[in-house]
Design a binder for this molecule. Structure first.
Ligand SMILES: Cc1ncc(COP(=O)(O)O)c(C=O)c1O
Length: 290
């Protein structure tokens, strides 16, 4: 496997990060995951825009953002070729940190180059979960209040996912102040009275690329949408629930905290959205610009 690290294409086993890297010491960086279908990077512009938002917010590589983002796109495309991933599905992981410098909380001297790491790996979709749906639990949201930044500081997400696994379910949904916000690595949607509802874009959720695609598909399908908080106490009334992410696309939730959601099987609105999403992806693979 060939990866990219700081300007070089090298075998994975030769890629090492300095112990003074601020990503290692302070989780001082951001990441992005892009889904590739048949060698095409789905929604790449939206992913790069979100990276730009994160880098600007954290003031990383602020003076040369344009060329950094352009090079990331080229690197991602080249890694798909180098690793023979131009057919089937793959994911591209991108991480950028504030670089390497002796440990002190304040920023390193101007001119310290950011650390840029990119890797592409084969992705085998878990169609069973997409077909049959998953069980989830609710967990308190212990994250910071800048969840709109795709920061590598993922400890609350790690702990919540592990708690879900130990509870025998696939994932957890974060609840803050009585509002069900998002999954540990996904956005959260409900269907209430035939309307699709999802948390509005605030600093309390990641503005998911798949979330945005799904909202667009709902508009195309004539499914009414409301970007509004989903209250924990309303969840019993949900007809359907589902999660969205770049990696897993649209995943129905069929059990929440041990109780069935709706009929206990993926519902018709989720199915329509899943079908529309698959069609969008296959058009995209056919060369359409998405
Ligand atoms: C916390 C969180 N919310 C939402 C998402 C979904 O975002 P996207 O659809 O851009 O993958 C992710 C993806 O990793 C995530 O980590």
């Amino acid at each position: 496997m060939i990866v990219y690290l700081n300007g070089q294409y090298i075998p994975r086993r030769q890629a090492f990060i300095d112990v003074d890297d601020r990503g290692f010491l302070f989780a001082d960086g951001i990441y992005e995951v892009v889904h590739s279908y048949e060698g095409h990077l789905f929604q790449i512009d939206a992913h790069l825009q979100r990276m730009e938002h994160g880098l600007r917010s954290l003031r990383i590589a602020a003076d040369d953002l344009g060329s950094l983002l352009r090079s990331v796109r080229e690197v991602a495309e080249r890694l798909l070729v180098e690793n023979d991933l131009t057919s089937g599905e793959a994911t591209v992981y991108i991480q950028i940190t504030r670089g390497s410098a002796p440990r002190t909380h304040a920023f390193p001297p101007a001119g310290t180059p950011p650390t840029v790491y990119v890797a592409a790996t084969r992705y085998v979709p878990q169609r069973t979960q997409a077909e049959e749906g998953i069980a989830v639990i609710l967990v308190p949201d212990t994250r910071w209040v800048r969840c709109d930044i795709k920061s590598v500081a993922l400890l609350p997400n790690v702990l919540a996912r592990q708690r879900a696994i130990e509870a025998g379910v696939a994932d957890a949904v974060f609840v803050r102040d009585g509002v069900a916000l998002e999954g540990t690595s996904s956005n959260f949607f409900g269907v209430f009275d035939g309307k699709v509802v999802t948390a509005p874009k605030t600093n309390y959720i990641l503005p998911g690329i798949t979330r945005q695609v799904v909202l667009g598909l709902c508009a195309d399908l004539g499914v009414p949408v409301r970007e509004a908080p989903i209250l924990e106490h309303q969840l019993d009334e949900a007809e359907e629930l589902f999660l969205t992410s770049t990696i897993m696309e649209i995943r129905p939730i069929v059990r929440l905290n041990g109780r069935p959601v709706g009929t206990g099987a993926p519902g018709p609105v989720t199915r329509r959205i899943q079908k529309a999403f698959r069609e969008l992806v296959s058009d995209f693979k056919g060369g359409a610009s998405v």
